[in-house]
Design a protein around this ligand. Structure first.
Ligand SMILES: [Zn+2]
Length: 373
């Protein structure tokens, strides 16, 4: 759009929303999976209503599709951080990280993504982080500590919880305000857990739980698999497997839409016991690969979808992300290269009429945006 006064349309407000929790980035995995402790999760594990809308928008824009096949691995650097006491003692044995990296590469091999250490182990010597992390704010403070740009930052700490329960691990979606993965030391591979870190990496590449209901309840007959549940059709509908799996077999008898569930406890993104979770399905692998290429392009030097967010009503930091949008169209356009897309959160009106020299697409999110007089 070179000179336009575009009226950009408009996504109807959706959605089926299963909860009204407003926290954005909590995607925790409870500690002691498979025990009674796991039954306590609530909505903090789900995308928020705003994130549900955003995800549907991204689906419409093709963000989770990838063309063709790569004949080589896409290599992604990981930065491991280990929390120790202020005096430098304690913390996860750094030798354990080899096992965690091996688990990741086993799980992601057929996805076409390979993880490598991008830097030597970073240590964070802090009694505050070492002895007590039990709020979302503290989790976010830890993963804001010395993150390495262009890498997936993974923090290991001995005491990890949010306001509601002890956590094995917690991750971030591409659109979460605070990025990074935090792991409880006791859920690392050296303690026999080969699933939780993989599960958190799944979230990091925008996979949802197989039992997710924020997009609506998925029917076991597959009839709404692309719009409900985890939005992935190759994972069967899942009623939430907490306490419903014995010897890696589903033991429940729940139904939905008039059909019995036939879930897969083997899926990394389920809540089956840790030892049962050993695979991703094809649709999950495609979604993760597309997320890497389109939405986390900084990890591989790809141009990606190049979405710059603008919200005239925003406050706070301005980075052009969904969580921290620019406040003016001019700033958004200035930050967007040729081929990029500037998206204004609607409904909104501005009399500013931009002059756009590069080939940039203007788009609206959630309501009509009127630009110019
Ligand atoms: Zn999870």
């Amino acid at each position: 759009m070179k000179n336009g006064l575009p009226v950009v349309q408009v996504l109807a407000a959706c959605c089926l929303i299963a909860c009204s929790d407003s926290r954005d980035s909590a995607i925790g995995e409870p500690q002691d999976s498979g025990s009674a402790a796991e039954h306590a999760h609530g909505c903090s594990m789900s995308p928020s209503p705003a994130e549900v809308e955003l995800t549907r928008w991204l689906v419409q824009r093709g963000a989770y599709e990838v063309d063709g096949h790569f004949d080589h691995f896409l290599e992604v650097d990981v930065a491991f951080h280990i929390v120790r006491r202020t005096n430098g003692s304690g913390g996860l044995d750094a030798g354990a990280l080899d096992g965690d990296l091996a688990d990741l590469n086993d799980a992601f091999e057929s996805t076409g993504i390979r993880f490598e250490r991008g830097t030597s182990v970073r240590y964070i010597d802090s009694d505050a982080f070492y002895f007590e992390i039990d709020t979302q704010a503290e989790i976010d403070a830890l993963r804001s500590t010395s993150p390495v740009a262009g890498m997936i930052n993974v923090y290991f700490t001995p005491n990890l919880a949010n306001e509601n329960y002890s956590l094995c691990g917690i991750s971030s979606f591409t659109f979460s305000a605070v990025q990074g993965i935090v792991m409880n030391n006791s859920c690392s591979s050296s303690f026999g857990n080969h699933a939780t870190l993989v599960h958190e990496f799944g979230h990091y590449f925008d996979l949802f739980h197989t039992h997710e209901t924020a997009f609506g309840v998925e029917c076991p007959d597959g009839s709404n698999c692309g719009q409900a549940g985890d939005l992935v059709c190759s994972t069967p509908a899942d009623p939430n497997l907490s306490g419903q799996v014995s010897q890696c077999q589903y033991t429940g008898n729940a139904t939905a839409c008039g059909f019995p569930y036939e879930p897969q406890p083997s899926n990394y993104m389920s809540y089956a016991p840790i030892s049962c979770r050993v695979r991703f399905r094809g649709g999950q692998r495609t979604r993760m690969l597309a997320t890497l290429i389109q939405l986390r392009p900084g990890l591989i030097g790809s141009p990606g979808l190049q979405v710059t967010w603008v919200d005239f009503a925003a406050s706070g930091a301005q980075t052009g992300s969904f969580a921290n949008p620019y406040r003016t169209l001019a700033a958004g356009i200035a930050a967007t290269g040729a081929g990029g897309r500037v998206v204004v959160k609607g409904p909104a009106t501005t009399t500013y009429a931009p002059t756009i020299l590069a080939e940039v697409t203007l788009d609206a999110f959630r309501g009509e945006v009127v630009i110019g007089d």
